[in-house]
Design a protein around this ligand. Structure first.
Ligand code: ATP
Length: 545
């Protein structure tokens, strides 16, 4: 995060006003990194789907683009189920008023500063009763000192003797069975020895309310009058814009099933607990495909997309053990997916989820749920007439079949993709003067190359400028080409390592004599000398451009 801020990848949004929770702005390098990831997706999904490889039955994979509105008719979100069901159970702290997603509280407690402190204190002894006896004194002391700062709302901090006594009587009553970490933290929040255990607030240790449903959609109003009739929503996903245009795309293009529609764009969710940097934001960008096919082919396409999408993330540098495809368990499946081919997530092991994983992209078989609901609520005909199916007629040709297509939805998060690329790229080489290196895949690197005059005199800046302009005109569409004459060459290389620039060309004294430059490779730090006339082709071969 520090490097992201320092080098202009990502800034907290509204920072000069103290920031706004769940929102992030991208700086110059981050903007280009994000653009490169979006562009890679666009090229490989829309312009040249799956690199020209055929679909599961040998057919060409066809995907057309779309760009739909953030605000749609409010009934779209009734049909999609978002008005009724797009909610998370939420708990509020009665002391500090912070909100938490109920299913995040346990994890947040164990990660909280006070939770970690308490668990550390009670870790030393083996059996819980012993552990408590051992920890009673330090705990009471902690409650009187550090605990007051870290967890001022925690019962043991507010009523130390009473809670300590309650814990002991519970241990006695239960015969001191093993305590899970969460149970242990809950004990410290419970003053009454007889009642149910309280769940403390991860922030201040205070008392949390019962979980309540909280709709995640941002509401707004369209037009001058702010009443229920003018209420609209910022879209919580880009997918619905695709479903409601399915008929339009079929009617106005020559696409035939199976085919996909793809869209990238902003989505908004009023997340209860935005956290983990950009991983869970309130405004984020999605890259979604809705792939329409006959119900009988849905399983094959589902498997095809699971394999393809995993291979795609690998192709842009997220290889290795940090990436995996995980099929959802039955009880995780959305209501529409229960009887279908299933849902799988492509997950990345982020530093903050490790050893666990976090979702990058979900691949879901949505069956005909969305089209059916829009057909029902909008009263529009969304069935597809497939002239190549159905019984054979007297002329030996199929009579055609009318049906609602099934949908396979690979839905990826662009910001999560950028975050994964940042985490994967971040590495340290303590042998270098400035040890932080961003080893981006060349396709994603926001700066593609840098051109440096070794010193800012003796004709070197002029030669550097010419090479810089040549590289800009040839590769500028892919990312930045930088030039920089300030500071020592070592510092300039270090700056480029931190920005993840894969190649640096340096013009030195020898360049003026024999028209050669050095090229430095970011990952190895090794340098080679090549003819300046070959520099652009050299970079082109390395960038595969
Ligand atoms: P989660 O379980 O993490 O809340 P989800 O299952 O609700 O995610 P989907 O509705 O499947 O997510 O959204 C598709 C993709 O959009 C996700 O894989 C993720 O990459 C991205 N995404 C969803 N919510 C957020 C968010 N709050 N911030 C950033 N990206 C998000």
């Amino acid at each position: 995060m520090a490097l992201c801020k320092r080098r202009g990848f990502i800034y907290p949004a509204s920072e000069i006003y103290g920031g706004i929770n769940g929102f992030w702005d991208y700086g110059p390098l981050g903007t280009q990194l994000k653009r490169n990831l979006r562009e890679a997706w666009w090229q490989d999904v829309v312009m040249n789907p799956c690199g020209g490889r055929p679909g599961p039955h040998g057919e060409r994979v066809r995907i057309v683009p779309l760009d739909t509105c953030i605000i749609q008719h409010p009934r779209v979100w009734e049909a999609s189920g978002h008005v009724a069901g797009f909610s998370d159970p939420m708990q509020t702290c009665r002391a500090c008023k912070k909100l938490f997603r109920a299913d995040h509280v346990a994890e947040m407690l164990e990660e909280s500063e006070w939770g970690k402190a308490v668990l550390e204190m009670t870790r030393t002894a083996a059996a819980p009763a012993e552990r408590f006896a051992y920890a009673r004194e330090p705990l009471a002391k902690w409650a009187r000192t550090k605990g007051r700062q870290l967890a001022p709302g925690l019962a043991i901090v507010l009523e130390t003797p009473k809670v300590a006594a309650a814990i002991e009587s519970r241990i006695e009553a239960s015969g001191a069975g093993e305590f899970a970490p969460l149970e242990l933290l809950s004990l410290l929040a419970t003053a009454n020895a007889g009642g149910a255990l309280a769940t403390p607030c991860p922030n201040c240790g205070g008392d949390l309310t019962e979980p309540r449903q909280f709709n995640l959609m941002f509401e707004t109003h369209t037009g001058a009058v702010r009443d229920d009739a003018s209420k609209t929503y910022l879209r919580p996903e880009t997918a619905q814009g695709i479903f409601i245009n399915f008929r339009n795309v079929c009617d106005t293009t020559r696409v035939r099933l199976p085919f996909g529609i793809a869209q990238t764009g902003k989505a908004f969710r009023n997340e209860v607990t935005p956290r983990n940097f950009t991983f869970r934001s309130r405004e984020f960008e999605q890259m979604e495909i809705e792939f329409f096919c006959h119900a009988g082919e849905a399983r094959d396409w589902y498997r095809f997309f699971c394999d393809w999408r995993l291979a795609w993330w690998q192709s842009i540098g997220l290889g290795g053990a940090n990436l995996r495809l995980r099929a959802h368990e039955k009880d995780e499946l959305a209501h529409y997916a229960r009887d279908g081919a299933g849902t799988s997530d492509i997950e990345y092991r982020f530093p903050f989820t490790a050893p666990g994983f976090g979702e990058l992209e979900g691949v879901a078989h949505r069956a005909d749920f969305d089209l059916r609901e829009h057909q029902r609520i909008a009263g529009a005909k969304l069935e597809y007439f497939d002239s190549e199916r159905g019984e054979l007629g007297p002329n030996g040709q199929p009579k055609g079949e009318r049906y609602l297509p099934h949908v396979i939805e690979p839905s990826a998060g662009l910001d999560r993709g950028v975050l994964a690329a940042l985490c994967e790229a971040y590495s340290r080489d303590e042998s270098r003067p400035s040890p932080e290196i961003m080893r981006f895949h060349a396709r994603l690197a926001p700066i593609k190359a840098a051109v440096f005059p070794l010193v800012n005199k003796e004709g070197m800046p002029e030669v550097a400028e010419r090479l810089y302009l040549e590289l800009c005109s040839r590769f500028g569409r892919l990312g930045f080409i930088e030039t920089d004459a300030k500071q020592s060459i070592g510092k300039r290389y270090a700056r480029m390592d931190e920005a993840g620039c894969p190649y640096c060309f340096t013009i030195d004294g020898q360049t003026l004599a024999d028209q050669t430059v050095t090229v430095r490779d970011r990952d190895t730090g090794a340098q080679e000398r090549i003819a300046i006339a070959r520099a652009a082709d050299y970079l082109g071969a390395k960038l595969d451009a």
